[in-house]
Design a protein around this ligand. Structure first.
Ligand SMILES: [Zn+2]
Length: 220
């Protein structure tokens, strides 16, 4: 295995306000090792460029020989400078989800984005679980807060496949809290996108239904 990062990769761009293709344009690195412990590492400072807006940002990358996934690929710790600001993420949360989203849910999304972008993946997975519980508890009757996902399905707010999906995402969060599970970034991203869709739908569907109905001519 080598510590060679991809020359082209997907990363969040603050100017484009989304994930875009980035190129590694300058790099500086130093290798290290500890013979007694039989471990190696690499400290990198890279300059990377968004292929959308062409903005450049610095990042530090730390590779460690003990930190790899099930395919044997090293999992680097990456930090970007400047980091994405909380205010920016707050604005993004409302824009990405919907203007109709409640302040508390918007705040929860913003905190999850900060955790996700800072590679705090167990924390992000836990936050996504909290968003599911909070959103569904607001929708189902107040006396059924114990199992909001099952209750939302029983009451017909979500389908059986959606229930299964939300339960899987919920368990990913629970395992992060209770079983020292640190999920892969790609899995947390999948969960986040699905939950964004769910919240967007819950917050807008009534309004959109009315908009469509009000413009459709009635039957003769
Ligand atoms: Zn960009």
């Amino acid at each position: 295995m080598s510590y060679k990062p991809d020359k082209e990769f997907l990363s969040y761009c603050e100017s484009c306000e989304r994930e875009t293709s980035h190129l590694l344009i300058l790099e500086s690195f130093q290798d290290g090792s500890d013979q007694n412990e039989n471990v190696t590492w690499q400290n990198r400072i890279d300059l990377v460029q968004c292929q959308g807006c062409r903005d450049k940002v610095f990042r530090t990358v730390f590779y460690f020989s003990e930190n790899f996934d099930e395919n044997g690929k090293y999992i680097p710790e990456i930090r970007y400078y400047p980091t994405i600001s909380v205010d920016k993420l707050n604005a993004l949360a409302s824009k990405n989800i919907t203007a109709d989203i409640s302040k508390s849910i918007s705040r929860m999304f913003a905190e999850v984005y900060v955790a996700y972008n800072g590679n705090c993946l167990a924390l992000a997975a836990t936050g996504i679980r909290a968003i599911i519980e909070y959103t569904l508890s607001e929708i189902v009757a107040s006396n059924s807060k114990n199992k909001p996902i099952e209750e939302a399905c029983n009451l017909g707010f979500i389908s059986v496949p959606t229930k299964e999906l939300l339960l899987a995402i919920h368990v990913q969060g629970s395992a992060s809290i209770h079983r020292e599970y640190f999920p892969e970034k790609a899995l947390v991203k999948l969960a986040l996108e699905e939950v964004e869709d769910m919240v967007r739908k819950f917050c807008t569907q009534e309004k959109i239904t009315e908009q469509i109905k009000s413009k459709t001519p009635p039957r003769e």
